[in-house]
Ligand binder design. Structure first.
Ligand SMILES: [Zn+2]
Length: 178
């Protein structure tokens, strides 16, 4: 393995707030990157990981909910239905949990690592993870779902290093590290 587990970029890194570029074709380099992203996600006990989180602004993310495991390249959300709130964490924003309202069901299209076009209807956790990672590719973070007041307060505390926050534990919060 050329890459191995990669370093997770943390909030404050401009990569996380930059829009990612579409991939022309999935080749050996992208496949190696995807393998390294899977390895990194497992090492961090995350349920999803997007390329900007390792400093690469390209439209790739990986998901492993325990039930669904896949890499998505150039993902699109075609249609959404319903709404549901889930408390989400983010590997790039340690110790912060945010109530995020997202669609309950989504219809998506993406390219897989073999360059095949995939269409799917997603429900439950995998739909939330897909939307969280899709946001990462737009440069959007869970902090953007806070009220302006909470956002200002938490960001200021994070910058000062005084944010005690709603701490993410290790194992039981596995499904919230996205
Ligand atoms: Zn995240």
């Amino acid at each position: 393995m050329m890459f191995g587990p990669l370093k997770i970029r943390l909030y404050g890194d401009p990569c996380l707030e930059t829009k990612s570029k579409a991939i022309k074709e999935v080749g050996p380099v992208e496949r190696m990157l995807i393998a390294a992203m899977f390895e990194t996600m497992v090492a961090c006990r995350g349920v999803g990981l997007a390329a900007p989180q390792i400093g690469i602004n390209e439209q790739i993310f990986v998901v492993d909910t325990g039930k669904e495991i896949f890499a998505a390249i150039n993902p699109k959300i075609i249609r959404t239905a319903g709404g549901e709130v889930m408390e989400e964490g983010c590997l790039s924003i340690p110790r912060v949990l945010v109530d995020v309202k997202r669609a309950k069901t989504i219809w998506v299209e993406f390219t897989d690592q073999e360059n095949h076009q995939v269409r799917a209807q997603l429900n439950g956790l995998v739909a939330k993870v897909f939307q969280h990672e899709y946001d990462h590719l737009q440069g959007k973070l869970i902090l953007d779902y806070l009220s302006p007041r909470d956002r200002t307060r938490i960001v200021a505390q994070m910058k000062k290093g005084t944010y005690a926050g709603n701490v993410l534990g290790d194992d039981d919060d596995y499904k919230r590290k996205i």
